[in-house]
Write a protein that binds this ligand. Structure first.
Ligand code: SF4
Length: 266
């Protein structure tokens, strides 16, 4: 993973990632997401992606490989949930066939990670980013409206319980299969800010190697919530870093004002 900009600080200076917006549907509704823009978990909020077809996504990578020798990673990230879209697997298989040397990385909310693992392994995926905002169903229930799993809709704490259990089942299975697992957590002051250290502990126990703290961008159901200040973000990262390595800040992915201020002091 030394060439993956999300996993290694030096790699962000030397290597590039191409993100493919091919996943339109989502199987849950997070309170901080308005579904008008990309999945908040991995992209700059407010920037709606044009959805690429399987062919367009393949051509984007083929052109990038030709033009950019620094390209090392292909990421499937949104604008919805990668694993809830069949096109994700079609693109991954095509890419694995023709560009097996590129690292293939998938961002997911984790609900279908365990179920999708055989297909991900067959498609050569070697890294996943799983968004986990809590391990306590009461906290997670405050951050989501509903989830859909196997054609059944869940709400409230039953949705949160199922989501958490599926996320950790997937993280454990992926790590056991040799896939690098990074955890993404959205930091929402007043909801999960005092809880993320527990996420870090559980994630490490489950086999995750790294955690990324993403500051809330107030929108949708959380439009009246305050984002973390730069000090709050720095404190959260310093606390988590005592338990699990924290992902290096990267200008390619989600970055807000607090993030930019934080990066500028590094
Ligand atoms: Fe939005 Fe991503 Fe949550 Fe789906 S998983 S609701 S796209 S933030």
């Amino acid at each position: 993973m030394l060439t993956h900009p999300c996993f290694h600080k030096a790699a962000a200076h030397w290597f590039d990632t191409v993100h493919l917006p091919i996943a339109q549907q989502c199987n849950m509704k997070c309170n901080y997401c308005d579904r008008l823009s990309d999945c908040v978990h991995e992209n700059k909020p407010g920037r709606a992606s044009k959805i690429l077809s399987v062919r367009q996504a393949y051509m984007k990578v083929a052109r990038a490989v030709k033009d950019n020798p620094r390209l090392k990673v292909v990421g499937i990230s949104g604008p919805g949930e990668a694993l809830a879209n069949k096109n994700t697997f079609k693109v991954l298989n095509w890419l694995n066939n023709d560009f097996p040397y590129l690292t293939k990385c998938v961002s997911t909310n984790g609900l279908m990670l365990a179920d999708s693992l055989p297909e991900l392994i067959a498609a050569g995926v070697s890294a996943v980013s799983v968004t986990v905002n809590g391990t306590d169903p009461q906290i997670v229930a405050d951050m989501i409206q509903w989830i859909t799993y196997q054609d059944k809709n869940y709400q409230g704490e039953s949705a949160a319980e199922l989501l958490i259990s599926k996320q950790f089942q997937g993280i454990k299975a992926a790590a056991a299969a040799g896939i690098i697992v990074r955890i993404n957590s959205i930091l929402v002051p007043g909801i999960n800010d005092l809880h993320l250290w527990q996420v870090a502990l559980e994630a490490r126990k489950a086999g995750a190697l790294m955690m990324n703290i993403v500051p809330l961008v107030p929108q949708a159901g959380f439009i009246f919530y305050n984002p973390p200040t730069k000090d709050e973000l720095a404190l959260a990262r310093a606390t988590i870093a005592r338990l699990i390595p924290v992902s290096p800040p990267c200008n390619n992915c989600a970055m807000t004002t607090a993030e930019m201020e934080y990066n500028s002091v590094l």
